[in-house]
Design a protein around this ligand. Structure first.
Ligand SMILES: *Cc1c(COP(=O)(O)O)cnc(C)c1O
Length: 400
């Protein structure tokens, strides 16, 4: 059965993914089940998406109720779940206005367009360039892959969109030197996810705010991965003494239903006027109702507190492993966005963990990334640590 499914997939689907050889059929909390009846503890959460775990009954209920009522009518009309969600996001962030779309790339496209238009509207049309970071990830559309600071994402798709100047992450002087009369904004992830769980150096983001205020530049935070509680706060910028001008969200916003959002302060958001940007599906009643339930649960069920507490516990346990294995270079991250930087291949470790019933992720070939549902418990982390310890022991044996 499973092999038939996989053979069909390999024949009829675009070969854009190297999938692991399991067919997942059902989920419950932090547990996933495959077509052969095997179970896995999920430390991937659909790539930092299912923050409330799988099949959360209150989310399922919101989706089912809304599906019976109204799924989609377009943005030619007002719909209630979307308005309530926008109001919630504005009340709980620095922002004054929200634009809804369907993915992280689309949210970043909106941010790039808004940053450009803001300066056009202020009589500075020459300012359209955006400074972005090496190791960043902003998506796969032409504009967002052009903004992304990783060669492998761009290869084969040239010519790229003009207007992005890429500098090293965590280097304020590099940003200062890259600013010209054509610069309009600096766009970055407060913590780089895909790039390998890289945290900002102390003072970096605060310094960036000061620099951009002096130079009259906008700051765009791509919180597609770090937002919605992933780092222990609703948004990662709350850890630092500053706020951006524009922020993008997606991944966990509707716990697995596709949704993106671009948030901005009033003065900046004012450059989006009727007709300047749009999305047919953006913020449908269905996904908005799901997201509205998600944000309520995040606060009502103590999910942020769990993320912070269990995240610290997890990090401490990873540090114990680091003291034991010399091929662990560094433990990084905040909340439940944690990385283990290895000096050896990480993909074989992901496979070995999968065979033992644990799904983990590897980025940049050698950085293990742990992004479980934020409802994960210490006992589940203990089990993963035992598994990692065993797998590392074997790896260490092979390397001797
Ligand atoms: C995943 C991700 C994106 C792209 O999101 P899609 O929904 O896949 O388009 C953009 N930025 C960051 C930081 C991400 O982690």
């Amino acid at each position: 059965m499973t092999n038939d499914f996989m053979e069909t997939a390999d024949r009829v689907m675009a070969a854009t993914y190297n999938r692991f050889p399991i067919v997942l059929t059902r989920g419950d909390g932090c547990t996933l089940y495959d077509a052969k009846g095997r179970t896995y503890t999920d430390f991937v959460a659909g790539i930092a998406v299912c923050n409330l775990g799988h099949a959360h009954p209150r989310v399922a209920e919101a989706v089912a109720d809304q599906a019976r009522r109204l799924v989609h009518v377009s943005n030619l009309y007002y719909t209630m779940p979307q308005i309530a969600l926008a109001e919630w996001l504005v009340e709980h962030s620095f922002a004054d206005r929200v634009f809804f779309c369907n993915s992280g790339a689309e949210a970043n496209e909106a941010a790039i367009k808004l940053a450009r238009k803001y300066f056009k509207d202020r009589g500075a049309p020459e300012r359209f360039r955006i400074i972005t970071m090496e190791g960043s990830f902003h998506g796969r559309t032409m504009a967002t892959l052009s903004a992304t600071g990783q060669a492998k994402i761009k290869k084969g798709f040239e010519p790229l969109l003009d207007g992005f100047d890429i500098v090293p992450f965590n280097d304020l002087e590099a940003i200062r030197s890259a600013i010209t009369g054509e610069t309009c904004a600096v766009m970055l992830e407060p913590i780089q996810g895909e790039g390998g769980v890289r945290c900002p150096a102390p003072g970096y983001l605060e310094g960036l705010r000061k620099l951009c205020d002096e130079e009259g530049l906008l700051i765009v935070f791509d919180e597609v991965q770090t937002g919605m509680g992933r780092t222990g706060k609703l948004f990662a910028y709350e850890h630092f003494g500053m706020v951006p001008d524009i922020m993008t969200l997606a991944k966990a916003l509707a716990n697995g239903l596709p949704m993106g959002a671009m948030l901005a302060k009033e003065e900046v958001a004012a450059s989006f006027t009727p007709g300047s940007h749009a999305s047919t599906f953006g913020g449908t009643p269905l996904v908005s109702a799901a997201a509205l339930r998600v944000v309520k649960i995040l606060l009502e069920e103590g999910v942020l507190r769990n993320c912070e507490k269990v995240g610290q516990y997890f990090k401490d346990r990873l540090l114990e492993l680091k003291s034991k294995y010399s091929f662990i270079q560094e433990v990084r991250g905040k909340g439940l966005l944690l990385g283990l930087d290895l000096s050896c291949d990480g993909v074989s470790i992901v496979k070995a963990c999968m065979e033992r019933g644990f799904l983990i992720n590897c980025t940049q070939e050698h950085i293990l990334r742990f992004i479980p549902p934020l409802i994960i418990q210490e006992a589940q982390i203990d089990s993963l640590i035992v598994c990692l310890d065993n797998v590392f022991e074997e790896t260490a044996g092979k390397r001797l």
